[in-house]
Design a protein around this ligand. Structure first.
Ligand code: EAX
Length: 323
């Protein structure tokens, strides 16, 4: 009897869910590589709530989290094909599809969050988002991963020289590889997540914002943290252009406004918690260098500017000129 009611319950919920999706005229399958504990997910959930409510149920958003629909590069490819309709994606892997975004990934180009918002929410940021259409994507809005910091399990890192030869995992991006090669590390691109590779010492270290280091318990497999703040890591609400173009104008507008709302909400979530994450990482025993020799890192990466071409150079020059 109990089994009968469990099956009945699952069937009813299933029908209810598909009825809801079924009732919706448009389905948005949204992909992220991180878990439900992360701010990426919280932003996606807020976007879902706003879109479903303000469309009166005409649009249904299904969040596929924890890499259940592939890594970020694969999600971007599926967005280009219209297999997926939206995603919250880290800027790093996007540079293969939208070279202009490399400009905001240049090391040490942003001093603080105020500087970030001035550029990303200003003309330059909007112009970079409009470049997504060239890749058959839609750049709805920037949200935040955060300033990236180096962790490793081998030794304390105070200067760029201390990085020499460390096997560092980087995002799937030629530019991220170039950055860490210029600093002196041995960079290895890998899709997220990487806890297992760190615990098995396949790699010595990685670099991420404090939120991600804390939320993925990297303090269990990484002893040293250097607050290098070397790259501001944006996230982007990305859409499928082929899906977007078929939507009525009112829903196109709704997706932009929902992405904006969810992005600002998520940024504040992250910024309100940065100090908390740092104190928690200390409590979990990480040896933290809060004032590494940043100049030694800057000197190593400056020459990368010379490699910039096309859109990436155009927007990097615009950001540098706006300083
Ligand atoms: O967005 O791949 C990375 O290091 C990213 O920071 C991670 O996916 C979270």
């Amino acid at each position: 009897m109990r089994k009968f009611f469990i099956v009945l319950f699952v069937v009813v919920v299933g029908i209810g869910f598909s009825a809801q999706s079924y009732a919706a005229k448009y389905i948005i399958n949204l992909g992220i590589v991180t878990t439900t504990k992360t701010f990426h997910y919280k932003a996606a959930a807020r976007f879902k709530q706003i879109v479903e409510k303000k469309s009166g149920g005409a649009i249904s958003v299904i969040i596929h989290h924890s890499g259940s629909v592939g890594d970020e590069t694969s999600i971007l490819q599926q967005l280009q094909l219209g297999v997926l309709q939206a995603g919250v994606i880290t800027a790093g892997p996007i540079d293969k599809f939208v070279p202009a975004i490399k400009a905001i990934e240049f090391p040490f180009i942003f001093k603080n969050y105020k500087d970030v918002d001035r550029i990303l929410d200003g003309k330059i940021g909007q112009a970079i988002l409009s470049q997504f259409k060239k890749a058959n994507l839609i750049g709805f809005h920037f949200l935040e991963n955060g300033f990236r910091n180096l962790t490793n399990s081998v030794r304390p890192v105070h200067t760029a020289a201390d990085v020499k030869g460390l096997k560092i995992r980087v995002m799937n991006s030629q530019f991220q590889i170039a950055i860490w090669r210029a600093i002196g590390a041995n960079p290895t691109p890998m899709p997220w997540p990487i806890y297992t590779q760190l615990s098995q010492h396949v790699i010595d270290g990685e670099e991420n914002p404090l939120a991600v280091i804390y939320q993925y318990k990297l303090y269990e497999v990484q002893k040293y943290l250097s607050l290098t703040h070397h790259v501001y890591s944006a996230l982007v609400f990305v859409g499928s252009k082929s899906f977007y173009d078929k939507l009525p104008a009112k829903y196109q507008k709704l997706l932009y406004s929902a992405a904006k709302d969810a992005s600002i909400y998520e940024r504040n979530l992250n910024r309100d918690k940065v100090k908390f994450f740092l104190s928690e990482l200390k409590k979990h025993g990480m040896i933290i260098d809060e004032h590494p020799d940043i100049n030694s890192f800057k000197l190593k990466v400056q020459k990368l500017k010379l490699q910039f071409r096309g859109d990436a150079k155009k927007y990097l020059d615009m950001i540098l000129a706006s300083k």
